[in-house]
Design a protein around this ligand. Structure first.
Ligand code: HEC
Ligand SMILES: [Cu+2]
Length: 475
């Protein structure tokens, strides 16, 4: 920082002006300012008088009336340049309101000259700035005002952000946990906004350039205190937020062994929901309230994302059977919501919505019963529920392993060898016969009379057709 030079007040002052008001006025001003008895003031009203006093008396400060035509400034300045004794010349104008011109004549040793060069080039404004620079105590005052304004604005912005209802209703127990984080972020956002806005506006208003004031501010380079502060505070904020984030994540992923499992299939552009326990497939997601649901999700084509804003949780849905993704939440409110795809997935992405209906448990059970009938539109899905209800799964697997009866995996279209040595390609007719009259065509390696013979009576043609569709789908 610039250190103000110690100046001793002038001892001998010469005022050059033909205007007695100018001279007297200045004389009074100077005595009031430096008037401790030592100061001598002389007045000169014309050029020759001025010059002779200048050489004989040797004043250290000369104040020249800039507006006075009798005083030849050029000649005067040539004397100023020629002399050796330290002297200052001030050109003061009463008419123009501009700055006062000061000429400062000094003799300097080389070392002093070096200092002087440093000072001058550091900032030409430093001398003036020195009095406009606020003292530490008045700096404190500004910081206190700014601090109070930041606090007030933070509270106001935070109240607005939380008050205008940006977030939809909380319809799952997990939503409360997520919203606590949201509210914390709103507070951070309000604070950072206020910090920047208040400092900026305060500087613009209070530190406005004053007329005739310096053009440039002080030149700072580096502040350890500031740098430590703006490293430590953001670091602490990030650590705190990440800690709270992981606690919240653990909280919303808590598993309930009693969860209702739903298998979700996403595709361009549909959602399909299968309830494996009940053999139901639906294009809307029906859920009982206050019971955790476990979604096991997979995509048949590109990446989609399951998102019900009211539940706050969201999970990408990936293609590939090794990439089944799970999502848990507990609906806490009955009503109708919408699942949206939250991953840009092609032309109709924006329309990839499906209803989500959260019901009282009794209503949900009723829905399960209704759906278990023939209302499911997909024949293979209907076939699956018939197979489960009839108990075929006790003897047949769908994973390729043989049990009491042959597996159904890859059965359709396969060439089957029968016990009498003949071969036959498995088609719809073969399957139909195998169900209604098992002994008519017994595959090699399996005993006859084990599979029940009465399915023709138990099942109607529609059930059998659906089972055949289901078996065809297991490849
Ligand atoms: C008690 C065990 C048992 C049950 C229950 C049973 N099956 Fe079978 N199933 C067999 C056996 C054993 C065979 C092989 C011998 C035969 O064809 O009789 C067989 C064969 C079949 C075949 C022919 C497989 C092939 O490889 O050619 C079909 C199709 C079939 N069952 C469908 C059904 C359906 C549909 C149901 C339920 C509605 C069912 N089965 C219930 C034991 C069973
Ligand atoms: Cu999608």
């Amino acid at each position: 920082m610039f250190k103000a030079e110690k100046r001793t007040p002038p001892q001998k002052v010469l005022i050059a002006s033909a205007n007695p008001l100018f001279g007297r006025g200045l004389e009074r001003l100077i005595t009031r300012r430096w008037g401790d008895g030592h100061i001598q003031i002389r007045l000169a009203s014309e050029m020759s008088e001025t010059l002779s006093i200048l050489t004989e008396w040797g004043p250290d400060l000369v104040i020249v009336d800039y507006d006075d035509r009798n005083i030849n400034r050029a000649e005067f300045l040539s004397h100023f340049v020629a002399g050796e004794k330290p002297m200052q010349v001030m050109m003061v104008s009463l008419q123009a309101s501009g700055a006062v011109v000061v000429y400062d004549r000094r003799t300097l040793t080389p070392a002093q000259a070096e200092d002087w060069l440093d000072l001058q080039w550091l900032s030409p404004q430093t001398a003036e700035m020195d009095h406009s620079m606020p003292k530490r105590s008045s700096n404190m005052k500004h910081f206190v005002i700014v601090g109070v304004l930041v606090v007030v604005l933070t509270l106001v912005v935070n109240a607005i952000l939380t008050g205008i209802g940006i977030l939809p209703v909380e319809a799952a127990t997990q939503a409360a946990v997520i919203d606590r984080l949201f509210n914390l972020h709103f507070f951070f956002i309000a604070f950072l906004f206020s910090l920047i806005a208040v400092f900026l506006m305060y500087s613009v208003v209070v530190w406005r350039k004053k007329a005739g004031g310096p053009d440039e501010g002080a030149n700072f380079s580096g502040s350890n205190r500031l740098e430590i502060a703006w490293t430590v505070f953001p670091l602490a904020a990030v650590l705190v937020v990440s800690y709270l984030g992981s606690v919240a994540l653990a909280d919303i992923q808590k598993e309930d062994p009693d969860a209702l499992e739903v298998q979700v299939t996403a595709g361009q552009w549909f959602w399909s929901f299968e309830y494996p326990e009940f053999g139901i497939t639906s294009s809307s997601l029906y859920l009982p309230v206050n019971r955790q649901v476990l979604l096991r999700m997979s995509s048949v084509d590109v990446i989609h994302s399951f998102w019900v804003p009211e539940f706050r949780v969201k999970q990408d849905v990936l293609p590939g059977e090794n990439f089944v993704r799970e999502l848990r939440f507990t609906p806490s409110m009955t009503g109708e919501f919408t699942v949206r795809c939250a991953e840009l997935c092609g032309g109709a992405h924006a329309y990839m919505n499906s209803p989500v209906i959260v019901m009282e448990p009794t209503a949900f059970d009723q829905w399960l019963q209704d759906e278990s009938g023939v209302t499911v539109s997909d024949p293979a899905a209907r076939g699956l529920s018939v197979v489960k209800q009839t108990g075929c799964v006790a003897c047949h697997t769908i994973d390729g392993s043989n049990s009491v009866g042959p597996t159904w995996q890859g059965l359709f279209g396969k060439e089957e060898t029968l016990v009498d040595g003949s071969t036959v390609v498995v088609d719809e007719t073969y399957l139909h016969t195998a169900i209604v009259n098992p002994n008519a065509q017994v595959p090699e390696g399996y005993p006859p009379n084990v599979m029940p013979q009465n399915y023709e009576q138990l099942l109607d043609e529609q059930d059998i057709a659906d089972i055949i569709e289901y078996i065809k789908s297991i490849q």
